[in-house]
Design a binder for this molecule. Structure first.
Ligand code: GLU
Length: 306
């Protein structure tokens, strides 16, 4: 299939599924996200042959939970697997992303780095003397991959900072159990910042290609060891789509990570990266339109890795 044919396929996916947004709702527990336009829909595929996209692919939105995979890569590189997995586990949970219930386990550490508690624990391991230096570990990686300076949506950041009490509660619990060192408010602040990083759907596909290429950029620079990116891709399969990860593995079958602003970053290993955008979410927090487009694309081209 050439790029022009792929373009037609993507246009078709957007046309077929855009209206499904009526079945879901934009996230509004972060008040600023509640202002999102549910009818937006876009999909982008970035392969070694280049970028093909359709729909609303150049509108910036916040990464939200998709940021968790990049922070995890940075921390695995800087701290090593042994330390990271002494503070956060590697098992899926059947619980919502912001669940507080399973923290009180025998081990008293978060079950995995994709749920909020685990991601906050990972933020606590970022290295640097100041908050800015630690946050820059994450933005530096994204900037290297995207080839542009990264910024955050200040309104979304402030909105979550003012209302993210559950995330704060998770963080204080982790401080109590010794998973988090240092200043809890600072760690949570970094977490809110990383969730507010702005990207477009096309850029999600580019980030996806970086994951598909196991840590190598478009222009051939290796930024991370292959093993780290493979490990993070595995988490995307087991926990990337919240407590719908099993269903997504059956219906779509590729590593993916979604965020509550409506983005999904998906990866066809060794082949290409896919970004989708559609702010209306299903009950488990995944973009309704995005999941449907990925399901059809995967079926049509037999993309499942299983
Ligand atoms: N900032 C969001 C939160 O912590 C991220 C959630 C998500 O995208 O899953 O609630």
């Amino acid at each position: 299939m050439n790029q022009a044919q792929l373009q037609q396929v993507l246009e078709g996916l957007v046309a077929d599924h855009r209206s499904a947004h009526h079945l879901g709702q934009v996230a509004d527990y972060i008040p600023e996200l509640g202002k999102g336009d549910p009818s937006l829909a876009g999909i982008a595929v970035w392969s070694p042959e280049g970028l093909v996209s359709a729909g609303d692919c150049r509108i910036p939105f916040t990464l939200q939970s998709i940021s968790k995979i990049f922070t995890l890569m940075v921390v695995l590189r800087d701290r090593g697997e042994e330390e990271v997995f002494s503070r956060v586990g590697s098992e899926p949970t059947g619980d919502p992303f912001n669940s507080i219930v399973k923290l009180e386990t025998a081990e008293r550490r978060p079950l995995n780095p994709m749920i909020n508690a685990g991601a906050i624990a990972v933020c606590g391991m970022l290295e640097g003397k100041t908050l800015e230096e630690r946050f820059a570990r994450v933005t530096d990686l994204l900037e290297e991959v995207l080839g542009r300076p990264v910024s955050i949506d200040e309104n979304v950041y402030r909105s979550e900072k003012e209302t993210g009490h559950r995330n704060r509660a998770l963080a204080y619990f982790l401080k109590d159990t010794g998973v988090l060192d240092g200043d809890v408010e600072e760690v949570v602040d970094i977490y809110f910042r990383q969730c507010s990083i702005l990207v477009t759907c096309e850029e999600l596909a580019r980030l996806g290609l970086f994951v598909a290429n196991k840590g190598v950029t478009l222009d051939g620079r290796r930024l991370l060891p292959r093993r780290i990116v493979r490990l993070v891709s595995t988490f995307m399969v087991t926990c990337g789509m919240y407590n719908a990860s099993g269903e997504f593995a059956i219906n779509v079958g590729i590593p993916a990570k979604s965020g509550v602003a409506g983005g999904i970053l998906a990866v066809v290993p060794e082949r290409f990266g896919i970004g989708t955008f559609g702010p209306a979410l299903d009950r488990k927090g995944n973009s309704i339109v995005g999941v449907r487009m990925l399901r059809d694309l995967s079926r049509q081209f037999e993309l499942s890795i299983f």
